[in-house]
Design a protein around this ligand. Structure first.
Ligand code: GTP
Ligand code: MG
Length: 211
């Protein structure tokens, strides 16, 4: 099997949209009904194998509260993938995604793989952002739209698998990017995580911590 490749992924979006819930469902298969506000950011890792290729995701879950907004660049810098989350019942959270897209495109250009995620699809009856609006917007900014419910564990695995595949494709098509020697983008400004990668099986989650 080939050596593993690491990617940095950052989750951004307004407070309460479910960023932490998405990460926790993905890495630990857990869900908490309570909103425990993330402070600054927290970090987890996940190892997966795609078509015989070992991939390690370093996942940064950022705080959505306004007072932490200025910290965004600290976490999205050097990111290979960005997951921009909105709550389908909250139109303002969709507007916030749009402003993140603008900022990321301005700061990172097309180097970053963008995923726009409509979370809480179990609350379909309270939907305030129509599927069509979200689809059209995602298309207009060359991003892909995903639908998830962290609560019901829907669409989460698919989201991260697809993102990992897209990042692998991008790595393969970028000649100067090392594809099997550690991080997939230059790491001059890498933020050191407070937790290290861990599981012996190589498939499950590890890490966790706050910076
Ligand atoms: N119904 C439903 N509730 C969800 C879902 N995902 C998250 N929640 C709830 O939404 C609230 C906020 O979730 P968090 O994951 O803490 O939100 P966050 O985006 O990390 O918030 P900040 O850390 O403040 O930025 C919690 O009460 C979760 O239980 C979902 O898919 N469906
Ligand atoms: Mg959070």
């Amino acid at each position: 099997m080939s050596r593993s490749v690491s990617f940095k992924v950052v989750l951004l979006g307004e407070g309460s949209v479910g960023k932490t819930s998405i990460v926790t469902r993905y890495t630990d298969n857990l869900f908490n009904d309570k909103h425990l506000e993330t402070q600054q950011a927290s970090f987890k890792t996940k190892k997966l194998t795609l078509d015989g290729r070992r991939v390690e995701l370093a996942i940064w879950d950022t705080a959505g509260q306004e007072r932490f907004r200025a910290l965004g660049p600290l976490y999205y810098r050097e990111a290979n993938g960005a997951v921009l989350v909105f709550d389908i019942t909250d139109e303002d959270s969709f507007d916030r995604v749009k402003s993140w897209v603008k900022e990321l495109r301005r700061m990172l250009g097309n180097d970053v793989v963008l995923c726009i995620v409509g979370n809480k699809i179990d609350l379909e009856k309270d939907r305030h952002v129509s599927m069509q609006t979200a689809e059209e917007y995602a298309k207009s900014v060359n991003a892909k739209l995903y639908h998830t419910s962290a609560k019901l564990s829907k669409g989460i695995e698919e989201l991260f698998n697809d993102l990992a595949n897209r990042m692998l494709e991008k790595t393969a098509s970028t000649p100067n990017t090392p594809s099997s020697t550690g991080t997939a983008r230059p790491s001059g400004t890498v933020i050191q995580p407070t937790a290290t990668a861990g599981s012996a099986t190589g498939q499950n989650s590890s890490g966790g911590g706050c910076c």
